[in-house]
Structures are given as structure tokens and as C-alpha cells.
Design a protein. Sequence first.
Length: 179
Amino acid sequence: MPDKADSGERRSLDKTVGHMAHLLKPGDGDGDHRINNGDVASLRRLDPSDPFSPAVWKVLSIVLDDEEAQRMSEERERRWAVIIGAMAQGPPHAYGMPLGTSLAAHNWSEVRLVRLLEARGQQLFDHVRRMAQYLRSKGATANYGDLARLILFQEGDAATGIRHRIAKHYYRQLHRQSN
């Protein structure tokens, strides 16, 4: 069972991801600091091998406090850029739709799932881009909190737990579909 600190970190990450998803929605002129359509288009074109763009920092400057932004390593910046790029080109964010469930519900192959869950670094970033495009093409929704954890935590016990959670939701959905 996760301790309170893990639960607090999870809520904080989910809140950050939710805020990012809100920023990336098409603006409706309500003045709530959404980024413009040109920036969203720039984020959709991000190259996972070099995912930096001014639009990434526009999003990060809104959702991160100054201390977090100053402490962030270049590798962490890269990982956040990949997350933001996937969110810009992927389906809408939905807290109640675990990533694994969405993948299975929209016929993402088991082979692709295994490749996604086994990948690290640049290889993971490439798989994430394809996955986001695939889910968007299917009109899906997905919880980007799951995706953010997969990208941010690639090694150790936390990474293993994240990958197990995604796989568990995937296979539960497949089982539901077959019954």
C-alpha cells in the first residue's frame, strides 16, 4: 500500500497534468492563460529526439513554480517536453480512463504494449509519440497522469509499479471485452 508521501506526490503530478491538459485545450477566449493554437501546433510537431521549443517553456512556466523550474535538470526538461508533446498530439485527457484501459479498448496490440512498457529513454519517447497519435486517431481519451509517470520514472521500483499498473489495466480491459 502506498504511503502518504507517495499519495501526495501522485495527486500533485495528477494536478500538474490536469493543468497542462487544460492549457492545451482549444481556447474559447475566456482569458484563462491557455496557450495559443500556434503553440499547440508547434508542440504537435515536436521531435522526440530534440523536444525543446518555446511552447514547452510557455506551458512549464505556467504549471511549475519558479523553484521547480530552476531545479529541473535537462533530462527532466526533456521528459516533460515529451509528455507535453504527447498531450498536444494525443487524445483528450480523462482522469477516469487509465492509459492501459484506453489502449486495450482501442485495440492497441499486445506486442505494441510490451514494446512501450519495455522501452526506456529515446526509444520510449518514440513509442509514446506513436501511441498518442494512435489514440487520437481512434477518438479515445486517456489519463495522462499514467503517461507522465511512465516517462518521468523509468528505472527502479516506482517504474516497475507504473508499468505493472498500465499492464494490469490493459489486460483487465481485454478480459472484459472477451466476455
